[in-house]
Write a protein that binds this ligand. Structure first.
Ligand SMILES: *Cc1c(COP(=O)(O)O)cnc(C)c1O
Length: 361
């Protein structure tokens, strides 16, 4: 395959740039378990400042930040409310149940968006038969709803209601900076409605490893205990934190380019016969499209795209996901956008790709 590779499977596939690697190589390090790694300290301070919180803590993964947030807010036998398609519920092995004895109450949103009217009445009364409702978790942008940006006023309304009723709030902000770029609303403005916020450095920001949880000094002190319990205390962690720090300082403002490239991909889908965007509009860096079964399974569509060295992910029998990120430039996005109608036409004409195994996600 001589054509340059365009990898749209996820925004987690980015590799550290030469400049990021130089920052990593030069990182000052210490032992973060005893609180003496200056690079991770700087990363945590900057993250807290950007999110408008008192403190932040670096962790190996977004799943760990989310699960520790649930654990900070809930005790065994407590319940949290979340949207049915959210990452915390669907893609983290129900760790809240396995590790913390907490139960989730899922509510079906519209494209990942919950409305306050759906939540009123869900807080359980104080009664020994019942679990205790403690927490509301929201996700912004919403991964499974193709990077949907939550409506700001709805978020403010839900969190205001939660706090008025004695509940805590957590934001899974793995892609919060994409929401910032798309909405023009600052990360601190989004975050002010939540007791804790998690952000990922290894998605669109392009760092090799890590996420952070931000909140009050007390919440983060508690999170630090849980991080140790979960085996997430790391020693000379400045080595990887330097990549995250570089990402936060250099790769936030450019996310708008990823969104423009996602629009290019969306236009490619619109130009093709037998496929359609779902949802019809693309908010940020994630594009989902459906494939008419007459063209064959989504896996065949993806395999045919791979013949052109354009890599997407078949998420279901008829659904394909493409995600833009800092290792996909405008030329790559344009080429991918041309491949989509070409593949649709090939499949419609009965030209099948070679047999292929594709991992489901
Ligand atoms: C990627 C992601 C996470 C965290 O994933 P890890 O792979 O554990 O870092 C959490 N929430 C959302 C919405 C995500 O997309």
């Amino acid at each position: 395959m001589s054509k340059p590779r365009v990898d749209l499977r996820s925004d987690t596939v980015t590799k550290p740039s030469a400049a990021m690697r130089a920052a990593i190589a030069a990182a000052e390090v210490g032992d973060d378990v005893i609180g003496t790694d200056p690079t991770v300290e700087r990363l945590q301070e900057l993250t807290a400042e950007i999110l408008g919180k008192e403190a932040a803590i670096y962790m190996p993964s977004g799943s760990m930040t989310n699960q520790i947030a649930v654990r900070v807010h809930c005790k065994q036998g407590d319940e949290f409310i979340c949207e049915a398609g959210c990452h915390i519920y669907n893609y983290e092995q129900a760790a809240f149940a396995q590790l913390s004895g907490v139960v989730a109450r899922t509510v079906e949103g519209q494209d990942g968006v919950l409305q306050l009217d759906q939540l009123r009445g869900l807080i359980r009364p104080d009664n020994e038969h019942l679990v205790r409702t403690r927490l509301v978790c929201l996700e912004n942008t919403h991964n499974r709803s193709a990077g949907k940006v939550q409506p700001y006023d709805t978020v403010a309304e839900i969190c205001g209601w939660a706090h008025d009723n004695g509940l805590r709030t957590h934001l899974d902000g793995a892609r919060l900076f994409n929401a910032v770029a798309a909405s023009g609303i600052s990360a601190a403005d989004w975050s002010q409605h939540f007791d804790t916020v998690s952000v990922c450095f290894s998605k669109g920001l392009g760092a090799p490893v890590g996420s952070a949880l931000a909140g009050s000094r007390d919440a983060i002190k508690e999170a630090r205990r849980h991080r140790k319990l979960f085996g997430g205390g790391m020693r000379q962690v400045g080595i990887i934190a330097a990549g995250a720090l570089y990402a936060l300082q250099n790769n936030v403002d450019r996310l708008a380019e990823d969104h423009a490239n996602a629009q290019t991909l969306a236009d490619g889908v619109r130009a093709a016969e037998g496929v359609w965007l779902h949802p019809a509009e693309v908010d940020t860096n994630i594009v989902f499209f459906q494939v008419d079964p007459k063209l064959g399974p989504a896996a065949d569509f993806v395999a045919a795209m791979e013949q052109e060295n354009v890599h997407a992910l078949a998420l279901g029998p008829d659904v394909i996901r493409m995600v833009t990120h800092l290792d996909v430039d405008a030329a790559g996005a344009r080429r991918a956008a041309e491949v989509i109608p070409k593949v649709a036409a090939q499949l419609a004409a009965g030209i099948r790709p070679p047999a292929h195994n594709i991992a489901a996600y």
